[in-house]
Design a protein around this ligand. Structure first.
Ligand code: GTR
Length: 418
């Protein structure tokens, strides 16, 4: 079993002058060589081609939504955050029976007589880490070990409460009129390389199958699938405006939010915070974390076919700007951090640039047009007036209040006609 990894290996590339030359696949050129010139051609022909390539070669194909997903509200506290918010937890049963798979969604929302827009996000630890309010249930599932989250023997404890709160400015989100809905990602699939013997995967095996095939879902695809099941719940929750749900994620969960947004068009807006390799960053640049490195450190995140592109990025039929383009014409926001070179900020920025032509096909403002966007990311410069948003902030690989202010402003801007 491999859990957590490692400082950047000594051979990681950090010098722009040493990057190999490469040609990116053209999102607007069909496999049969015809160029896409209309929205219809994109929607009916090219987009399905690109989506299928990502399923087959990168994340793996996930199953359809199950016939039945059941929901149960555990409690509601109308006096949360000193009366500023309503707090609830809802169990979402993905698989019933002797070995159930249940995820628990924590919801903070403003008091409102109208349905409110929401951010839906996976988190690295249990809901009890989001704030220190004592009423939140302690998650009992397996957690990764870490020194700073109060985890003992891979389980949450009372000491875990509030330990991730710096990443979740709940009061600010609620004051701005949004709900925040979080789910611990390990409720769907524990983040450990165990050949998919636990979590959601074993429940979808075909007879005789012991693990997913080379083109079937890895963990990122499973987490994204879980986000869609979270949205299934929000669609039946009358207090939430499910047509205005932004899917958000950081790091591996930013890779996941991008794939969730690409897979499920019900997500109205998509946010990738420091997602890096296999997320927003272009793989062909090989800057910082490479395809080989990520497949070696985390063999369970992508489908097995993705390992074909270890040290062989140019052979991959897609690159990550096409992942962004799958979200078009919906708004997408990509954020990088200066001290997070492992995630290749410039490669994340360039994905936004090269997704631009698909957005322009829809007549939405995008990167790369009008000369408004610089050729390189500029520290502290926020690009939020186009349908693709981007910033590069000071500081390390993390989620900060600065990031959230930009996401809230971006959502306000795109949801103002609500
Ligand atoms: C790192 C990994 C990154 C990123 C990060 C995280 O170790 O190399 O791709 O996903 O983990 O998710 O925290």
């Amino acid at each position: 079993m491999s859990f957590e990894v490692v400082a950047a290996p000594p051979d990681a590339l950090y010098d722009e002058d040493k990057l190999p030359a490469f040609t990116l696949p053209d999102p607007l050129l069909c496999e049969d060589g015809t160029p896409v010139t209309t929205q219809e051609e994109w929607v009916n022909k090219r987009r399905p081609e690109i989506f299928k390539l990502f399923e087959e070669h990168v994340y793996g194909r996930a199953p359809q939504a199950p016939a039945k997903v059941s929901f149960k509200q555990l409690y509601e506290d109308k006096n949360a955050l000193d009366g500023k918010a309503i707090r609830r937890e809802v169990e979402i049963t993905l698989v019933d029976g002797p070995e159930p798979v249940v995820m628990t969604m924590l919801i903070y929302q403003p008091h409102s007589d109208k349905p409110v827009p929401a951010f839906l996000a996976l988190s690295f630890y249990g809901n009890e880490t989001i704030t220190s309010e004592p009423g939140i249930r302690l998650n009992t599932n397996w957690m990764r070990s870490t020194d700073d989250k109060g985890i003992v023997d891979h389980k949450s404890t009372e000491a875990s409460r509030g330990t991730a709160s710096s990443r979740w400015p709940v009061e600010m989100i609620v004051e701005r009129g949004y709900a925040l809905c979080t789910i611990y990602y390990g409720d769907i699939d524990p983040d450990v390389d165990d050949d998919f013997q636990n979590g959601i995967h074993p429940h979808f095996k075909k007879p005789g199958q012991t693990k997913p095939a080379a083109d079937e879902w890895g963990s990122i695809a499973a987490w994204a699938w879980g986000l869609s099941r979270g949205l299934d719940y929000l669609e039946v929750d009358e207090t939430i405006d499910a047509k205005h749900v932004s899917v958000f994620g950081h790091s591996r969960l930013g890779k996941t939010s991008l794939w969730a947004g690409a897979s499920d068009p019900r997500f109205a807006l998509v946010i990738s915070n420091n997602s890096g390799c296999g997320g927003a960053a272009l793989s062909r640049r090989r800057y910082g974390e490479s395809v080989k490195r990520i497949n070696t450190s985390f063999p369970h995140w992508f489908c097995d076919n993705f390992t074909k592109y270890n040290d062989n990025e140019d052979a991959c039929p897609v690159d990550q700007h096409e992942l962004i383009s799958l979200i078009a014409p919906r708004p997408v926001y990509v954020a990088s951090a200066v001290d997070d070179q492992w995630a290749d900020p410039k490669g994340e920025f360039l994905s936004c640039v090269y997704a631009g032509p698909v957005y322009r096909l829809f007549g939405t403002s995008s990167f790369g047009g009008g000369g408004l966007i610089p050729g390189e990311p500029v520290v502290g410069h926020v690009i939020n007036s186009s349908t693709i948003g981007y910033h590069l902030r000071e500081g390390k690989h993390d989620v900060t209040d600065f990031d959230w202010v930009q996401y809230l402003d971006f959502a306000d801007r795109h949801f103002k006609a609500r």
